[in-house]
Design a protein around this ligand. Sequence first.
Ligand SMILES: NC(=O)c1ccc[n+]([C@@H]2O[C@H](COP(=O)([O-])OP(=O)(O)OC[C@H]3O[C@@H](n4cnc5c(N)ncnc54)[C@H](O)[C@@H]3O)[C@@H](O)[C@H]2O)c1
Length: 505
Amino acid sequence: MTIQTMALIGTGVMGMGIAQIAAQAGLEVRLFDVQAGAAERGLNQLKQTLEKLQLKGKITVQQLNETLARLKVIEHIEAVAGVDLVVEAIIENIEIKQKLFLQLENIVSEQTILATNTSSLSVTAIAAALNIPSRLAGFHFFNPVPLMKIVEVIAGLATEEVVVVDLLELSQRMGHLGVRTKDTPGFIVNHAGRAYGTEALKALGEGVASVSEIDRILREGAGFRMGPFELFDLTALDVSHPVMESIFNQYYQEDRYRPHALTRQMLAAKKVGRKVGEGFYRYVEGKKINEAAAQLVPDVTQFNAVWIYADLKHDDLILRQYLREKNITLDVAEQPAADSLIILATYGEDTTTAALRLGVDATRAVSIDLLTDFAKHRTLMPSIVTQKEYVDQAHALFAQDQHGVSVIEESMGFIAQRVLAMVINLACDIAQQQIASATDIDQAVRLGLGYPYGPISWGDQLGSQRILLILERILHNTGDQRYRPSPWLQRRARLNLSLLHSTTI
Ligand SMILES: NC(=O)c1ccc[n+]([C@@H]2O[C@H](COP(=O)([O-])OP(=O)(O)OC[C@H]3O[C@@H](n4cnc5c(N)ncnc54)[C@H](O)[C@@H]3O)[C@@H](O)[C@H]2O)c1
């Protein structure tokens, strides 16, 4: 069936966003809200939005008029009769949603598709209350709908294939990428999104670096658009902390999703983020006022010889080349000379562990993170016994050419290593659980979370073997099952295949 007519129940933020893209795609849309006047208000606001788009030249006058002509407020829910599809975007409450769908079943024909925009409820559980559960699917959009060009089409256990196919086709007509998703907690995007914030919180809780420094490393070093704490402040902890707890509990306390006590406390103290003026940062008129400045580069002019160890040949080469360019004497002996600065480029371990593993003097050792582009923001990690003069030399050395440098406390794996490895591993495990195809997961997460790359192709870019090494070492060094590599990642890394590779049978 080609869906031509739609009814939208619940004309709040999401409902009106969905109504807009549907009407712009040529569908007749009927709008209903239980609150008197809400649908009218929603339509008026949408009219203003469309008029602005027209004034900016994004749509023509004809398109504006035609789109508005397709949108109609209905006073009684019975007036949805005859539509091809009903989408609900009402309050997030399973009993109320089930009651609405039962009511709708008495109004619409047996062929009408019913869809829910729920972000956290089980589609299967909502459908279980219906007379014909096979006609219900999840149709999960993201806010703001017209800009977030992704929608998860969620098949509950009873959902008929044709319903999924029709919704995927409609998604495309509305200019959105529809991704087929199994009904599981958090679906794809809210599930995959658990890694970024929880790992950053864990590093913060361990005292690895400050809020500003962790944000800086992940933004400027790793390439995320927003640091995790800036993002928490924007989303607000009254929204994101319950999501973290809910996904963790729905997966029966799976360590990979483990939330952190810190955000529960902040929530109790009502420090939920930007909207109240305080979260991880403080805000005045929506602007951060207490972001710590970048660390000062120490004034060092004399450098000792530098002895290098790198886990990977590639890292060894770029380090040597960098030091040669800076006219630094390289200590090329088997073991470092008595006063050489020891630079370690390792993965998934702290500097103490690396120095002991390699049998070098920890008091002169500083590790550098070479997972992300060496040319960008750099992270250094001295051991707990590294002498200050050696830390200062390393800092000054790698801050040359105006590069930002963060010096962090010891951590099993650097911040970018830990966070990126967790993000990639979780996306791989979503593929392993067959919640969606690897390609769909990759695209959904990129579009839904605004990551610079899909997490699975990001893993390919950084090297799946490196990601595997990080996870295996952190798992070994901490014993925390949170870091266990997904079988999806392990097999592909060991066989040297793309992480997007799917089974051939
Ligand atoms: N806001 C988001 O970022 C977001 C993203 C994805 C999904 N969702 C989901 O979309 C749904 C709606 O969220 P929202 O943010 O648009 O909420 P909202 O509060 O902006 O709008 C909800 C609207 O539904 C109406 N309503 C409530 N109960 C109703 C009923 N029984 N019948 C008819 N109308 C009813 C309300 O009057 C209100 O106008 C929820 O299920 C939510 O979980 C929200």
